[in-house]
Design a protein around this ligand. Structure first.
Ligand code: HEC
Ligand code: HEC
Ligand code: HEC
Ligand code: HEC
Ligand code: HEC
Ligand code: HEC
Ligand code: HEC
Ligand code: HEC
Ligand code: HEC
Ligand code: HEC
Ligand code: HEC
Length: 379
């Protein structure tokens, strides 16, 4: 596309830049200082851009005479980049549902367009992210979160085919996260896609079932359902563990409640980082129902699972109930001891309560009798 450079010709853009590189001249010609600044184009900038091989005139035709004739015209980005344009046209930024159109230059700039290879480096991504954040201030990735300063917004959201996050075409829609996040976290994504949550996400995202989702149904989590999106924490810290237990608990209330009743739950709630959390027993990305032999909590795997922390774990040790309920069939001993202890408590309260009440009545009667006796004496 770029014109061959002729060694004998004067520098390609010299003519244009004599005027467009001279702010003093432009200030005299233009109606305002602001307009003069818009007309100022540095050749250095253009030369360092993705269009560095191109002459000004390849995009601006008919400007070789001055004053510029009215039929002079500028080629649009889409006239040369059809593919990017058609993807963009389908996107939320093309403004189908609102009038705020986000054009190519809002992300790329006009004359300082960076090559795609540069945009994929952390430094290039930071430049592009600054454009995104200039409009999406609330989406800025906070310092210290997993991806801040490491990857580009577009690596999760896409560059041109960006859709509303609730749209099933979005790169961050639950069913698409295995591919999107999997581009960098491939092993985890391949595993997580197959486990109980992954299989449920796939099932629920199917067009036939997606309309069965009502607000009172708990949706299964894809990656960000457990990790969060922009506030994603680095793994392995106490805050990560605490937040993760909270996440699992929000969806599995009944199991969370029974977990909190155990030694592990109480210790974790008090700040222990060594007692077992949900994912220590269930794994993070290989979660299956206990009845599934692949599950880390399937009967046959418990000695290994508990054994990662309890060296002495034996089949008898893992009989321990990690989610003790008052179910008679499941826990007759807990069932009996719960009712025995509570029965005893009730008995004590009722009997001694009545005893105390009668005692008190008796006391009052005695007092009154005594007082009557005393008053009688005076009369
Ligand atoms: C002799 C000085 C001079 C030269 C040479 C010159 N320009 Fe300009 N150009 C101007 C001035 C002054 C304006 C502002 C005109 C106005 O605002 O009415 C301008 C305006 C423009 C505009 C904006 C037009 C618009 O309506 O927004 C473009 C694009 C442009 N020039 C491109 C070029 C290109 C490309 C070249 C080289 C092929 C070039 N110019 C050469 C002085 C020059
Ligand atoms: C890859 C294509 C491309 C190249 C190369 C290019 N420009 Fe532009 N230029 C554009 C586009 C697109 C616009 C925006 C037109 C608009 O807003 O309508 C623009 C706008 C301008 C404007 C007007 C700014 C304004 O606000 O009206 C000037 C002046 C200009 N270019 C000068 C230059 C000069 C000088 C060079 C060479 C050093 C150059 N351009 C190289 C695509 C290019
Ligand atoms: C919301 C911001 C945004 C908008 C709007 C946008 N782009 Fe991009 N564009 C990007 C990002 C980010 C990349 C880098 C993609 C990557 O990492 O591969 C990119 C890459 C490109 C590339 C390199 C090849 C490719 O397709 O990956 C071209 C060409 C391009 N854009 C042209 C355009 C054109 C033309 C438009 C307008 C129709 C446009 N862009 C609108 C963000 C945007
Ligand atoms: C006259 C045709 C033409 C116009 C107009 C044009 N470009 Fe380009 N663009 C090119 C060529 C040629 C290249 C370099 C070859 C390549 O890498 O595709 C390029 C490269 C790019 C790249 C880097 C692609 C890569 O793979 O590294 C981006 C991004 C880009 N252009 C965006 C834009 C934007 C945004 C506009 C509008 C402001 C625009 N282009 C206008 C022809 C054009
Ligand atoms: C690790 C992947 C990832 C990165 C990186 C990322 N996002 Fe997001 N973004 C998401 C997900 C997932 C959602 C969906 C929201 C949710 O599930 O809470 C989202 C939601 C959004 C939304 C919708 C409104 C909202 O806040 O809920 C916007 C706008 C947005 N992101 C912009 C950005 C911008 C700008 C950047 C870069 C500064 C960025 N995102 C970086 C994954 C990412
Ligand atoms: C010029 C301002 C502007 C720039 C730059 C911009 N956006 Fe947007 N973005 C918008 C507008 C306007 C919408 C329309 C939706 C809305 O009403 O917020 C939008 C929508 C979105 C949405 C869908 C939000 C939702 O509620 O689901 C995402 C995701 C998004 N942009 C990501 C990005 C990313 C990533 C970049 C950079 C590569 C970027 N945007 C650059 C203005 C911008
Ligand atoms: C059910 C909740 C849950 C889901 C769903 C989930 N994760 Fe995780 N993830 C965790 C937990 C818990 C940890 C910490 C486990 C550990 O330290 O071994 C973790 C750790 C990680 C780590 C850092 C530790 C490492 O091994 O590198 C990455 C990266 C990660 N997850 C990515 C993903 C991706 C990508 C997805 C989606 C494909 C996903 N996760 C889905 C709970 C989840
Ligand atoms: C472009 C590549 C890329 C994409 C896409 C991506 N990540 Fe990451 N992710 C990284 C990098 C790089 C790190 C930082 C690793 C480090 O610091 O060692 C990271 C860190 C993480 C961490 C913290 C890991 C740890 O060991 O502390 C989690 C969790 C994570 N990503 C999950 C996700 C999820 C979920 C998605 C999709 C919504 C996603 N990532 C998309 C590259 C990516
Ligand atoms: C956003 C809600 C949500 C979060 C967060 C969540 N889950 Fe789940 N989980 C579900 C749903 C829904 C299912 C049922 C999947 C199905 O239909 O097969 C499920 C299934 C399971 C199963 C298999 C048993 C069964 O009933 O099918 C286990 C075990 C489990 N989750 C443990 C966890 C653990 C441990 C965590 C945290 C690391 C966690 N979950 C986080 C919603 C969630
Ligand atoms: C000490 C290990 C351990 C910890 C910690 C633990 N679990 Fe469990 N979990 C088990 C075992 C063993 C089973 C299978 C027996 C049962 O159903 O109680 C199980 C069963 C489950 C099931 C039902 C699986 C099925 O097949 O129906 C869910 C859901 C669950 N746990 C969620 C959680 C959540 C959420 C947490 C954290 C709040 C958690 N677990 C903490 C060991 C643990
Ligand atoms: C992540 C490590 C970890 C895992 C996995 C784990 N535990 Fe524990 N557990 C602990 C820690 C730490 C304590 C408290 C330290 C202590 O007193 O031994 C504890 C305490 C206990 C206790 C009460 C104190 C005692 O030692 O008698 C029992 C019972 C127990 N765990 C059973 C289990 C069973 C059964 C499993 C598997 C289903 C399991 N644990 C998995 C870390 C773990």
């Amino acid at each position: 596309m770029a014109a061959p450079v002729d060694a004998q010709a004067p520098p390609r853009n010299q003519g244009c830049v004599t005027c467009h590189g001279d702010i003093e001249f432009l200030r005299q010609q233009a109606r305002s200082l602001e307009r003069a600044r818009e007309l100022l184009v540095s050749t250095g900038e253009v030369a360092a851009s993705a269009h560095g091989e191109m002459a000004c005139a390849e995009c601006h035709t008919g400007y070789d005479r001055f004053p510029h004739p009215s039929r002079a015209s500028t080629a649009s980005c889409e006239s040369c980049h059809e593919e990017a344009h058609s993807a963009w046209q389908e996107s939320v930024h093309a403004g189908q549902e609102n009038l705020r159109i986000v054009r190519c230059a809002a992300c790329h700039t006009i004359h300082r367009v960076l090559p795609a290879d540069t945009l994929r480096t952390p430094a290039g991504a930071a430049v592009m992210n600054a454009s995104c954040v200039s409009c999406h201030e609330a989406a800025r990735l906070p310092e210290g979160t997993a991806h801040a300063g490491k990857i580009g917004c577009a690596q999760c959201h896409g560059s041109h085919a960006i859709h509303a996050v609730a749209d099933t075409r979005s790169a961050v829609a639950p069913a698409r996260q295995y591919a999107t996040c999997g581009a960098c976290h491939d092993t985890i994504a391949a595993t997580a896609r197959q486990d109980a949550h992954g299989a449920a996400v796939m099932r629920w995202s199917h067009p036939d079932t997606v309309q069965l989702l009502t607000p009172d149904v708990v949706p299964p989590p894809a990656c960000t359902g457990c990790h969060d999106a922009h506030r994603m924490r680095p793994a392995g810290t106490a805050e990560f563990e605490a937040a993760m237990v909270e996440r699992c608990s929000a969806c599995h209330e009944d199991y969370a409640e029974t977990y909190l009743g155990t030694y592990h739950g109480k210790a974790t709630a008090l700040g222990s980082v060594i007692a077992a959390t949900c994912a220590d027993c269930h794994t993070a990305h290989r979660i299956h129902p206990a009845s599934d032999p692949r599950s880390s909590v399937a009967a046959a795997n418990l000695v290994a699972t508990c054994g990662t922390c309890h060296e002495h774990a034996r089949p008898a040790f893992v009989q321990y109930d990690s989610h003790p309920t008052l179910d008679y069939d499941r826990n007759p001993w807990i069932f009996f001891s719960f009712w025995f202890m509570n029965g005893l408590l009730l008995f004590v309260v009722v009997v001694f309560g009545a005893h105390t009440a009668l005692w008190w009545v008796r006391l009052m009667l005695d007092r009154r009798k005594e007082r009557g006796h005393v008053t009688g004496g005076h009369a």
